[in-house]
Design a protein around this ligand. Structure first.
Ligand SMILES: [Ca+2]
Length: 313
């Protein structure tokens, strides 16, 4: 036990002010993840509880040991470390535009992008990010573009918006470690993607990514320049959709450094929340963010057209 650091992911003692306050509100929802300094000696068989009630639209993610990170990814995906994760339920798919609309209707909630009057938009003409006036969850590309289809993942939501939705739904955001544990099929699967090492099989794309050289050209061979309907590319062995590409997904925790984590040192200067999954803007030569070990970071008040979320409980 002495080699185990018990970490409450959501209450890392960061020095941020307003953001810290928001994190503490999610305290009640957050499970304990144990970070191990050494590889576990045994891997007890995980039993699925008898008569388990699985909430609609969710899958059961059994607990267990998972090695987080990779040896050959970006610097911030290293070094690998072991974590013990308790069982939880995870949304099969990212929260859709239709589901988010129900939340808005029920609560009259106003998102950060609506209050700011704009949202982050990647302009394919200038090949850069701009703040697009009028962009919000309903019009993620701006009011001069079509409305977001109901069955696409909601985007243009800040981390605070995602947390508000999760609380309304009686759920919470996953920690990065839980997300990766689920993406590794809760069995410490070491494939690059939850479904294997190939992103194209028999000439067919298995995920919505950027097909070409970002940001210069996108051949669009997967059929979607922007978001795609959730579940369009099938399920992982665990039964989850859109764990690879389509949209990045907000996680509960602040950015942390793997090397520090392994040594029990918590970051003190981060102002960004973590996200997992990669998006339709990712390609291997740029960030290859849709690998299981991929990560990205964004300040929690930010809304972007390729950033959504899914919940756990
Ligand atoms: Ca695509």
């Amino acid at each position: 036990m002495k080699n185990t650091i018990i970490l409450l992911i959501s209450v890392l003692n960061f020095s941020c002010n307003s953001e810290k306050k928001a994190d503490q509100t999610s305290f009640d929802f957050s499970p304990i993840v144990k970070i191990l300094k050494e590889a576990p000696k045994t891997f007890p068989k995980q039993e699925i509880p008898k008569n388990l009630f699985i909430p609609e639209g969710m899958v059961y993610v059994q607990g267990g040991f998972t090695q987080i990170g990779t040896t050959d990814g970006m610097d911030f995906e290293r070094p690998m470390f072991w974590a013990e994760v308790k069982p939880f339920f995870m949304d099969i798919s990212p929260v859709t535009v239709a589901q988010f609309r129900e939340f808005i209707k029920a609560t009259n909630y106003k998102t950060y992008a609506e209050n700011f009057g704009d949202g982050g938009f990647f302009d394919k003409e200038t090949k850069g990010w701009i703040l697009k006036k009028g962009a919000n969850w309903e019009y993620p590309l701006g009011k001069d573009q079509t409305k977001a289809p109901d069955n696409h993942p909601v985007t243009q939501v800040s981390w605070y918006d995602a947390v508000a939705y999760a609380k309304w739904a009686g759920k919470r955001l996953p920690s990065e470690i839980e997300w990766e544990h689920a993406a590794r099929n809760a069995t410490n699967d070491r494939h690059i993607y939850p479904f294997g090492n190939e992103i194209v099989k028999d000439g067919k794309a298995l995920a919505n990514t950027w097909n070409g050289v970002f940001p210069d050209f996108n051949k669009n061979t997967d059929g979607f320049f922007y978001t795609s309907p959730v579940g369009h590319f099938g399920k992982t062995p665990l039964g989850l959709t859109d764990m690879t590409g389509n949209v990045w997904q907000w996680c509960d925790n602040w950015k942390f450094n793997y090397a520090d984590m392994a040594n029990g040192i918590m970051a003190t200067d981060t102002i960004e929340k973590a996200e997992k999954g990669g998006s339709f803007l990712c390609e291997p030569g740029w960030c290859h963010g849709y690998r299981v070990s991929g990560r990205s970071f964004t300040s929690p008040e930010t809304s972007l057209m390729h950033l959504g979320f899914r919940c756990v409980k």
